[in-house]
Design a protein around this ligand. Structure first.
Ligand SMILES: Cc1cc2nc3c(=O)[nH]c(=O)nc-3n(C[C@H](O)[C@H](O)[C@H](O)COP(=O)(O)OP(=O)(O)OC[C@H]3O[C@@H](n4cnc5c(N)ncnc54)[C@H](O)[C@@H]3O)c2cc1C
Length: 504
């Protein structure tokens, strides 16, 4: 069984669908090959923020954003970057947004969400953009049926909502345009290998319920099939902290076979043991939930001590968590001021009663009792909370500076001297168990500024392109701001399509 297209796209997240949409729109026959029965992967779970600096969208919203300030910002925060890729990202981001918005299926708007570093070039309240919501009723039925539901509904086995927002809107809009233009979608088809003709990639090998299947690509293959966050062996091999059970990737999705397939034909790889990290609220079933925006409460390690500013951007907090084993699990200590709910945004949060029954949360009338229940030294926990409450009173977190950065107070609405510092004083008290979660790994195939996959030594593998978490991130170990995963995935998928248009 062999099908032939101009372009084969492996995966269906934000990068994959951007590439597929643009390739099909430009007249290249394109197929999206997706492992599961639904499209969108982790991208569909996402907030849909896209870090695409310097576009018309920010201009329309009157935001003081520009390619120059984004260059300054990245220059200040990236560690040993590939300058050519960074420059390609900066130059192409506005072009990509213009190209997408030229299509009636796609509209973006500015999303207020501060960037993750106080560095030169940062834009107040951020420069991220997001796709406008779309109503299910305004989409062809097949599009609505194919887009993966939001995380809390998907994990519960429920369908999507009537209004698709964030990452769902992104996938739905791109898919709508792709199918309208005659694109092909093949689901339940895990890609297991790459097909070579000499040293050129000419297709993919996959597995259907009926048996092996080859799909040929006249121009090339774009691998945008997520990272390897769902593969315990690869995580261990490449030193990525966390756990398969705690990752946010949809169950059964991103296990890294396409990355391994690239490496097996000689592609260079760069792993660096990294992911897009976040603190994960442990669920009664052992899973993790992406958590951000703590409004009150404090995080302690197994010795009952704070170790970081709890209001840090989630990836930065996750990295602090990963520094020593005493921090996994950690405990988030909070009081009753929000009626026994976690004072933060956790996706999904879960039911407090189910947490208490499972022991992922504990409740106690006093702090020493709470400490006993979570196995940390009572005197240490009491001292930590007393010191923290003192900071709430003075408005200054002398240990970790919580509340000093605009990001810290973006989600927090405290009434004290410092909006991010609210004391823990109202019994009963709670402790919620936290693990190290991730939004995906970010090491993988090494690509150039055009999205072409490279060999060790720098030559490119003809016919093979990579984007999203299948490729080593253009941002290296750094997470610059909201939408960096999707923005970079979309830009390099689009650059790959530019190459594919001009290739024969
Ligand atoms: C709650 C949440 C909020 C987030 N918010 C944002 C945000 O606002 N902005 C942002 O930029 N990032 C956000 N992220 C992170 C972001 O969603 C992901 O890091 C990014 O979307 C990954 O994109 P991807 O295309 O690499 O992988 P995915 O989106 O996971 O897509 C990979 C797809 O490839 C398929 N696949 C895997 N293996 C194969 C195979 N062998 N053959 C065929 N198909 C295969 C998978 O089934 C999956 O559908 C968020 C993540 C979460 C969980």
């Amino acid at each position: 069984m062999t099908d032939v297209y101009d372009v084969v796209v492996v995966g269906s997240g934000g990068g994959a669908m951007t590439g597929a949409f643009l390739a099909q729109k430009s007249g290249l026959s394109t197929v999206v090959v997706e492992k599961t029965g639904l499209l969108g992967g982790t991208s569909a779970y996402s907030g849909g923020a896209c870090w695409l600096p310097g576009s018309d969208v920010q201009q329309r919203a009157g935001i003081a954003d520009s390619t120059e300030s984004a260059r300054e910002y990245l220059g200040a925060i990236l560690v040993d970057p590939d300058e050519a890729r960074v420059e390609a990202f900066l130059a192409h981001a506005p072009e990509l947004v213009a190209e997408l918005e030229a299509d009636e299926a796609i509209d973006f708007e500015w999303l207020p969400f501060p960037e993750y570093y106080a560095a030169p070039g940062r834009v107040p309240f951020g420069r991220s953009i997001q796709p406008a919501n779309v109503k299910r009723g305004d989409l062809p039925e097949r599009v609505g049926a194919l887009v993966r539901p939001p995380v809390e509904r998907d994990r519960a086995g429920e369908g999507g909502r009537n209004t698709l927002s964030g990452g769902q809107a992104l996938i739905a809009r791109l898919l709508d345009g792709f199918l309208r233009d005659g694109g092909t979608v093949l689901t339940e088809l895990p890609v297991t290998g790459l097909v070579l003709d000499g040293d050129r990639v000419v297709g993919v090998a996959g597995m259907t319920p009926e048996g092996p299947k080859e799909i040929r690509a006249r121009r090339g293959v774009l691998v945008a099939a997520g990272g390897f966050e769902g593969n315990a062996g690869l995580r261990a091999e490449h030193g990525v902290p966390g756990d398969v059970a705690w990752t946010m990737a949809p169950a059964g999705t991103n296990t890294g076979e396409p990355i391994v397939a690239g490496a097996s034909i000689g592609a260079a790889t760069d792993y660096r043991g990294i992911g897009w990290f976040c603190p994960g609220l442990e669920q009664p079933d052992g899973g993790g939930s992406f958590t951000l925006g703590f409004r009150s409460g404090l995080m302690v390690d197994q010795a009952g001590r704070r170790y970081a500013n709890e209001s840090l951007p989630y990836d930065r907090f996750g990295r602090a968590m990963a520094e020593t084993p005493e921090r996994i699990p950690s405990w988030y200590v909070f009081d009753s001021r929000e009626g026994g709910r976690l004072p933060a945004i956790a996706m999904p949060e879960g039911d407090p009663a189910a947490h208490l029954a499972a022991g992922t949360w504990v409740q106690a009338d006093s702090l020493p009792e709470l400490a006993g229940a979570i196995g940390v030294p009572p005197a240490e926990l009491v001292a930590t909370v007393e010191r923290f409450n003192g900071f709430c009173e003075s408005g200054v977190d002398e240990d970790f500076g919580r509340g000093e950065d605009e990001y810290d107070t973006f989600f927090a609405g405290g009434e004290g001297a410092n909006k991010a510092l609210t004391p823990v004083t109202q019994a009963p008290y709670y402790a919620a168990r936290f693990v190290l979660s991730d939004l995906g790994t970010k090491g993988g195939l090494v690509t150039d500024a055009a999205g072409r996959v490279l060999r060790e030594g720098g030559s490119h593998i003809a016919g093979l392109y990579a984007a999203g978490n299948s490729a080593a991130s253009v941002f290296g170990t750094v997470y610059p701001g909201p939408g960096a995963p999707l923005g970079s995935a979309m830009v390099f998928a689009s650059l790959a399509v530019r190459e594919l248009r001009s290739s024969t």
